[in-house]
Design a protein around this ligand. Structure first.
Ligand SMILES: [Zn+2]
Length: 192
């Protein structure tokens, strides 16, 4: 039975590496696969890449305004499975479209992404996917400050942890570090 699967993790959890490995597993068996990715992810336009793996795989780019395209492409190609990277940037309507691909076309969708932004709040798309997914799996990673599990995608500007600002910040001098809840709280209070 086709399933809508959400595999989530923090920013350094090797989500794309997991996706690429799953993609290879499917294509090496001669099965056809479709991949989609949001245009809001500025890295490596048109490809899904990972720091952990040197191969990259092609992906069709989806803007927030493109409704129905993923469904139409899936209906046309009827792949064995559909992969989605950076799914947090998809709109709730596009998440519903992914569910329709599963329910109407009978094609499984495996989506990878973040659940929460740097303010520790759910992305709209991730929220809808958590509500609709058949399977939700967490890809684990470690806090960069201690050995606790990393969960928060903390944004830093000039070494200072940011708790306010726009969710998608393009072109600004920003870095991200994965923190556990405890380290996030300490650093947001300026305690080192
Ligand atoms: Zn920590």
């Amino acid at each position: 039975m086709a399933k809508l699967i959400f595999r989530y993790g923090s920013m350094n959890a090797s989500k794309s590496a997991n996706l690429i490995m799953d993609w290879h597993n499917h294509t090496s068996n001669g099965k056809s696969v479709l991949s989609f990715k949001s245009t809001l992810d500025a890295r490596d336009y048109g490809y899904i890449t990972s720091r952990a793996i040197s191969t990259r795989i092609p992906a069709s780019l989806i803007t927030p305004e493109m409704n129905g395209i993923m469904y139409q492409m899936t209906e046309w190609f009827m792949p064995r499975i559909v992969f989605v990277d950076e799914v947090q940037f998809f709109t709730p309507q596009q998440i519903e479209e992914l569910a329709e691909i599963v329910d109407v076309l009978g094609v499984s969708v495996q989506a990878y992404g973040l659940t929460t932004d740097f303010k520790r709040e759910l992305f709209e798309g991730s929220k809808r996917l958590l509500e609709l997914a058949d399977v939700v799996e967490r890809i684990r990673s470690e806090c960069t400050e201690c050995s606790n599990e990393g969960l928060m995608n903390a944004r830093f500007i000039d070494g200072v942890l940011q708790t306010e600002g726009q969710t998608v910040l393009v072109g600004a001098e920003q870095t991200y570090r994965v923190l556990c809840r405890s380290c996030y709280t300490k650093l947001s209070k300026g305690v080192v």
